[in-house]
Design a protein around this ligand. Structure first.
Ligand SMILES: [Zn+2]
Length: 311
């Protein structure tokens, strides 16, 4: 009898430990039951926070004012990537110096490019950079960025099916806000006289923005800030400003304003007065806790700055 009780107890203990092991596996890597998400840019982190809410812990490697084209990971970043349950990056070579690392990480853990759902036919080519080189600045066409929200949502559901309904509801609510944002930009652009709808800025981050909202875009530096530019680029841009009687040019928070200042000086010598229209957020959002520290706030800041300077 006593042996039977012991045996029963043993079975119970075994069953309990199996349940514990299984439960342990399903929450592997989670701290406080939350999914650890590490992203490259703040714009991607913003999506993960919006969709994941209380079920995720999100870290962005690249803060305000950081240029992703030139970004190199630190020792601390490697820890953040190692600790992550999911890594989201932009892809399309935005994170130019991290490409090899992502390829390695993909073999170890869920590592997803948020641009992965876009069809190449939707993408703009990065001319002169080879057949498969595309413009990575997809977040400036709000409709395209909505596909990044879908990618994040689907990945969260795959990793954490228990909270599927929550992720779906959050994504739907955020997509609705983005639809409103898209309408807002279209409305605001109408306030700029048609011949003034020209955006001159430090580097070609606004190609998709121009295509989506009917603005001609010229950058001083090309799509990638790694590329060199010389005095010839500055004088070409200066002549473009004079010819098109452009009132204002813009600097970017993540790119040095020096070159753009020499373009303005050059135009003044030719008796064409160009003002600095303000600072745009291109490849990084504003400081955390400010309105521009979110994706929606950053895009609104840009379109409002543009309209104020060009209308
Ligand atoms: Zn860029």
């Amino acid at each position: 009898m006593r042996r039977l009780v012991n045996r029963g107890l043993q079975m119970l203990l075994l069953a309990t430990s199996i349940i514990l092991i299984v439960a342990g596996c399903s929450s592997e890597g989670k701290v406080d039951g939350k999914l650890n998400i590490t992203t490259t840019t703040g714009m991607i982190a913003d999506i993960a926070k919006e969709v994941g809410g209380p079920y995720v812990h999100v870290i962005a490697l690249m803060g305000s004012g950081i240029d992703p084209h030139l970004y190199q990971v630190s020792q601390g970043d490697i820890r953040k990537l190692d600790n992550a349950d999911i890594i989201f990056y932009n892809g399309l070579h935005l994170e130019g110096k991290m490409v090899n690392m992502f390829e390695k990480l993909e073999k170890k853990k869920t590592t997803v490019a948020v641009s992965s759902a876009l069809d190449p036919s939707q993408l703009m080519k990065d001319e002169g950079q080879g057949e498969d080189a595309y413009d990575p600045h997809i977040w400036f066409d709000v409709k395209m960025w909505m596909s990044a929200v879908e990618v994040v949502k689907n990945t969260l559901i795959e990793k954490d099916n228990l909270n599927k309904l929550y992720y779906e509801q959050q994504a739907a609510a955020y997509l609705e806000k983005l639809t409103d944002l898209d309408h807002y930009i279209h409305q605001q652009v109408k306030l700029i006289p048609e011949q003034q709808r020209i955006l001159v800025t430090a580097h070609d981050a606004f190609g998709y923005f121009g295509r989506a909202y009917g603005i001609t875009v010229t950058g001083l530096q090309g799509m990638n800030t790694m590329a060199e530019f010389g005095s010839r680029d500055i004088s070409t841009l200066r002549d473009f400003l004079v010819e098109n009687q452009i009132k204002a040019v813009f600097v970017e928070s993540s790119v040095s304003p020096k070159a753009m200042e020499s373009v303005i000086d050059g135009a003044r010598i030719l008796k064409h007065d160009v003002s600095l229209g303000g600072e745009l957020f291109s490849d990084a959002m504003g400081e955390e806790g400010t309105p521009e520290g979110t994706y929606i706030g950053m895009v609104k800041h840009n379109i409002d700055t543009l309209v104020n300077a060009l209308r």
